[in-house]
Write a protein of this length. Structure first.
Length: 120
């Protein structure tokens, strides 16, 4: 997933706490809005995701719009998205999002472990 979509999803998952995280998130949104002028498909996708941040379909819609508008090639937006992620890390509001598809999958985060035992 591109850094812009990842940062937006993570910020929404964190609940956009007050202060610097919310400011950084709003900065990313404003820059996207400014760079795209009248192309508002990305902003529509962001607004829809804000309504239902856990929706995988809306997350994929945002990713699709970011890709279609080639935002990942815009260094200003990518840099601001990275700053948003850094702000979440430093504020302690960072959420980790892991996705897995398939059978017999174990996932672990923050140095923890995950095991699968299959008894047949």
């Amino acid at each position: 997933m591109d850094p812009i979509t990842t940062a937006i999803i993570a910020a929404l998952a964190a609940g956009l706490t007050q202060g610097s995280v919310a400011d950084a998130y709003n900065g990313v949104k404003q820059l996207i809005k400014t760079k795209l002028d009248n192309k508002n498909d990305v902003m529509v996708a962001i607004n829809r995701l804000e309504q239902k941040p856990q929706s995988k379909a809306r997350q994929m819609e945002l990713q699709e719009q970011v890709e279609e508008n080639q935002l990942e090639k815009n260094s200003d937006i990518v840099e601001l998205a990275k700053k948003l992620m850094d702000e979440m890390k430093s504020s302690g509001d960072e959420k980790h999002i892991m996705q897995a598809k398939g059978k017999f999958i174990a996932q672990a985060d923050h140095g923890s472990t995950a095991n699968i035992s299959i008894l047949r």
